[in-house]
Design a protein around this ligand. Sequence first.
Ligand SMILES: Nc1nc2c(ncn2[C@@H]2O[C@H](COP(=O)(O)OP(=O)(O)OP(=O)(O)O)[C@@H](O)[C@H]2O)c(=O)[nH]1
Ligand SMILES: [Mg+2]
Length: 363
Amino acid sequence: MALQIGIIGLPNSGKSTIFNAMTRAGAQVAGYPFSTVDPNYGMAEVPDDRLEKVASTAGCSKVIPAGLRLVDIAGLVEGAHRGEGLGNQFLAHIREVDALAHAVRCFASPDVAHVRAEIDPELDIAVVNTELILADLAAVERRKDRIAKAAKSGERDKARELALLERVESELDREVPVRAMGLSREEEEILAGLFLLTAKPVIYVANLGEEQLGVDGPLLRSVRDVAAAEGAGLVAFNARLEAEIEELEPGEVREFLDAYGIDSLGLEEFAARCYSLLGLMTFFTTESGECRAWPLREGSTAVQAAGKIHTDMEQGFIRAEVIAWERFLEYGSFHIARDRGAVRVEGRDYIMRDGDVILFRFS
Ligand SMILES: Nc1nc2c(ncn2[C@@H]2O[C@H](COP(=O)(O)OP(=O)(O)OP(=O)(O)O)[C@@H](O)[C@H]2O)c(=O)[nH]1
Ligand SMILES: [Mg+2]
């Protein structure tokens, strides 16, 4: 199963607009709240400057970028943890994803309803985060009840888990998300089975109005302050404009950006940041005229990488022939690089590096 980013936020914050621009999947976008009910799923391409270079060096006619799976989730409102709005149903959808992109409305528009009269990013974020925290508190309490007896009767790991749960509970009570609690790897593993919502890594997406582009205004600053306080990521762009850019011919993009004073594509940065939020890196393959970028969890081995391509490759794995992408460009082909001794032969436990160009040998 590919790793997934869930787009969350208040109703009408622009989640479906972001999703569509990223995936071209054509989800419903509307000026009324709760236009999304069932989640939309789609793949977004992750832009990578290296891919075209590797492809043209290898003489590949077909180029396939790495994909990122996005889930556009229904808007969350106050009381969602008790089932308000679409409540528990979408908390369950949030539970399924690996990381969160939290859309925050900064754009003003009389045509698009907002939960309150004014746009207040800090308050809006708090409404959503409070719901996630309350849902986590409920999950922690349920788990405490379940293990309390075993812990009291002297089961060592249950007693340890209970102590951890109590600590987590008191931090959640102070509105600290689990991701910001500074838990150890071991503690995270103990909690993993609870699928806590606030343990997921987050990137905030400030959805700016056109007039706010290129300006470090108060609304953007307030999103940045929240992100910084949590150690979370931040990207800022105008979702509707970015969606329009996606529709343009490549030759028209620069002019369009200049007209709005935008210096780079927000969605491209967003894709790249989501990718690293998920702890992903990229390797390249160049066989049979097809150059492809593959996403892979950092720290994965060669045999795991082979498994991303095909289970046959994983099961019949013999060896991997590897060269860093920059060196691949220098030599101009696998063949020449191999002749000059620049291609390394690696076994199944080789830890893959970002930018490896790789050829798997399998039986
Ligand atoms: N002015 C302006 N309008 C936007 C922007 N982004 C989205 N909208 C509009 O806001 C409305 C809501 O956008 P959606 O993408 O449907 O919002 P959503 O968060 O998916 O909403 P729900 O699914 O109802 O929770 C639509 O009318 C969009 O056209 C923006 O950057 N600027
Ligand atoms: Mg929507």
